[in-house]
Ligand binder design. Sequence first.
Ligand code: G3P
Length: 228
Amino acid sequence: MRLILDTANLADIRYFNDYFPICGVTTNPTILSREGGDIVSHLEKIREMIGADKELHVQVTETEYERMEAEAEAIVSLLGKNTFVKIPATPDGMRATRELSARGFGITVTAVLSASQAMLAAEAGAAYVAPYVSRLENIGADGVGCVRDMARILAASGRRTEILAASFKTAREVLECALVGVQVATVSSDVMKNLLRHTTTDTSVTGFAADWKGAFGDSTLLELIKNR
Ligand code: G3P
């Protein structure tokens, strides 16, 4: 499953882009509101940081379809190729998705809370649908089960729409989505760290270092090879 970072924090984007196998960055108006300031320049910095080949998902702020479309054009014009326009699953969003997708824009239909919304988004031509897993789980619904239904519906539709699962609070939720066939997940910095972190990995690495030092002192394997 491909992984995307769900933040607009530049320090986090730099770190995870350098160290983790992420294929892009997702934002939304709430995420951008945390950064403040000159948000247009900020988005340009994110694009510069991740490069032209990774995905950058930016959400429209307009709610009426013609204004969404004008905003989508401006977003892609500003941020270039591999920029996906996030559009909420509303009636105006469906119309904007259908019209923009027909013109070649990559659309991520977002704030998806039901399999029927995902079905409509796929029929409208969306590149991605973004179900909010934790927001479903938080209200007592079966977030992963809903995503499983979406995966079946999209597979049967023959459409190329992929699931970009979002709104995760735990690494376990991400794994469960991977197990039901989700292609892409966008996760926060904390969840991304938790996908890798394991205390037994840490104690294993500490043990390797101690055993090596006990046998070979401060010499590294690189030094021993070079000095041979
Ligand atoms: O991309 C936005 C989506 O991930 C929402 O996440 O944590 O606000 O529910 P959250």
